[in-house]
Design a protein around this ligand. Structure first.
Ligand SMILES: NC(=O)c1ccc[n+]([C@@H]2O[C@H](COP(=O)([O-])OP(=O)(O)OC[C@H]3O[C@@H](n4cnc5c(N)ncnc54)[C@H](O)[C@@H]3O)[C@@H](O)[C@H]2O)c1
Length: 353
């Protein structure tokens, strides 16, 4: 089995590689990444990329099809990964997340890849009433990021065939420890605030619904999707990935962190406009299709692993929302240093001279 994981050098990637290494002992694992966050390592003893057999560096927007010779499955994680970056770089987000993903899928189909797993997102449900969204619910993408995922799914569906199985995993918001931790994710942000300042400030009024999932459980779902039986779910499948019990309101998450870490104050901004992105999600289909790959990590353990990880790196940065643990800040700094251009392409040394 030859598996290519794009975007393996980000937050989720290291956990996916670990999981696939354990599940497919004899497999050749390759990674493909542009390396934006290559040196955003958080406490890892070895470079996570030591665990792949081959690491390719490149831009999804100029993806060399030859890499796909002999590849059986692709896990496509590479992309602009949140709303703040998408808002700032709208066209680039569509180029990388949407156009380059469809280009990759077309090339993969031509090269005889059998399984294509796409990291989609529940954020495409956008704003919804209190009823949980199923895969049949109308999409309401409110941001460039969410639109890029919805457009990709729409154009991936007709590419699927008996020989080319496609699975769009509509992930809940990730949380938990990674060798390349992100703190621009709601639970991770709350734990970092609790550890560094004993004070959690909720930026909204705390009422938005947000389904969550631990990164290890995302990797578990990916593991399932690679080899899933098309007899269930069909050649093209879009499925919500998470669990019904992990639909939380943001204030519940803050309270859960405060009760796990003694002495933490929670302040809710009562004057804040309600966050428009609020959605509860129905995960029944995922439960039916993948009973052996259901989320297994508890919220309490997710908080604990984050707390212990941050403490082991002696994390004390009370200004972390302005730090390199935020993906947008890393990209902005790389631009300010003249390393990335407006399209988020690396500026080669010879071009900047
Ligand atoms: N983290 C979440 O909560 C979440 C939820 C749903 C879906 N997803 C999706 O999962 C995927 C991975 O998320 P993450 O949290 O690991 O994000 P991340 O930002 O940590 O990692 C994304 C990786 O993609 C790479 N990349 C970006 N543009 C590229 C390009 N043009 N060419 C090659 N590589 C490129 C980056 O260098 C980075 O290593 C993303 O597609 C994201 O949209 C994430």
């Amino acid at each position: 089995m030859n598996i290519l994981v794009t975007g393996n050098m980000g937050y989720i990637g290291p956990l996916v590689i670990q999981r696939l290494r354990a599940s497919y002992a004899g497999a050749t694992l390759a990674g493909f990444d542009i390396g934006y966050f290559g040196n955003c390592i958080t406490g890892a003893e070895v470079l996570p990329e030591c665990r792949v057999d081959i690491q390719f560096f490149g831009d999804m927007r100029q993806f060399p099809a030859d890499i796909l010779n002999g590849v059986d499955a692709i896990v496509h994680l590479a992309g602009i990964s949140n709303d703040p970056i998408g808002n700032r770089f709208e066209e680039v987000t569509l180029d990388i997340n949407y156009r380059a993903s469809i280009d990759l899928a077309r090339k993969a189909k031509e090269k005889g890849v059998k399984s294509f797993v796409f990291a989609s997102s529940c954020s495409m449900y956008g704003s919804a009433d209190d009823r949980a969204r199923t895969e049949q619910s109308p999409l309401n993408p409110l941001t460039a990021y969410a639109r890029s995922k919805a457009l990709t799914e729409k154009d991936l569906a007709p590419l699927a065939s008996e020989q080319f199985k496609i699975t769009s995993l509509r992930f809940s918001t990730a949380c938990g420890w990674s060798d390349r931790l992100r703190l621009d994710l709601v639970l991770n942000d709350f734990v970092a605030a609790a550890v560094s300042s004993k004070r959690i400030t909720i930026l909204s009024d705390g009422t938005p619904w947000r389904p969550l999932i631990n990164v290890k459980d995302m990797a578990r779902a990916i593991d399932w999707a690679i080899v899933r039986d098309t007899g269930q779910g069909g050649n093209y499948l879009a499925v919500n990935v998470g669990s019904n019990e992990w639909n939380y309101q943001v204030r519940d998450l803050a309270e859960a962190v405060a009760s796990a870490i003694p002495g933490v104050d929670v302040s809710i901004n009562k004057d804040a406009q309600p966050d428009k992105r609020s959605y509860k999600v129905d995960f029944d289909l995922f439960k039916k299709l993948a009973p052996a790959h259901q989320p297994a990590v508890s919220l309490r353990d997710s908080i604990q692993e984050l707390k212990e990880g941050l403490e082991s790196m002696r994390f004390r940065d009370t200004e972390f929302r302005a730090s390199r643990h935020m993906r947008l800040i890393v990209l902005t700094e790389l631009q300010e240093k003249g390393l990335l251009n407006q399209k988020l392409q690396w500026i080669k040394a010879s071009e900047s001279e």
